[in-house]
Design a protein around this ligand. Structure first.
Ligand SMILES: [Zn+2]
Ligand SMILES: [Zn+2]
Length: 145
């Protein structure tokens, strides 16, 4: 799976969101926002077809189903939107907190930990590299000792 998947729709260049621009996956595994998919879809009798703008694969769904009912949400992007929204909420809450309640400093700290784990996920290749460097350093130390 792609880890650093773009968080914006390549058709309209708007960022995905959990409300207006839900990221949905076509059968070719390409993801676009729901409004663009609506525009791309063609109703042909009892089937609705969506031609992928990237690979031209035709995704067929039942006309009786709405696109949200027929296509999966891209959960990778969905999760990353959640992180983005949490970050925004967090910074807004933090601003309020620093003004009003400085005592509850433990709550933003735990949120920060969650955010860090997401960062670690996103930059896992960097961390793996760092891990290799650490092992290398340890073996060096052992050799010296
Ligand atoms: Zn779009
Ligand atoms: Zn495609």
């Amino acid at each position: 799976m792609l880890i650093n998947e773009e968080l914006e729709c390549v058709v309209c260049c708007y960022e995905y969101s959990r409300s207006d621009r839900v990221p949905r996956i076509l059968h070719c595994n390409h993801t676009f926002c729901a409004p663009c998919l609506e525009k791309l879809s063609n109703l042909q009798g009892v089937i609705r077809t969506v031609s992928c703008p990237l690979c031209r694969w035709i995704t067929c769904t039942q006309a009786s189903l709405t696109l949200p009912g027929a296509l999966w949400v891209n959960t990778d992007i969905w999760d990353q939107i959640a992180v983005e929204q949490q970050k925004n909420q967090e910074s807004m809450k933090d601003l309020k907190k620093t003004k009003t309640q400085l005592i509850k400093s433990t709550i933003p700290h735990s949120r920060h930990a969650g955010f860090m784990s997401t960062l670690q996920k996103m930059f896992s290749c960097v961390l793996q590299h760092k891990g290799r460097m650490d092992t290398f350093g340890q073996s060096n130390r052992r050799r010296i000792a």
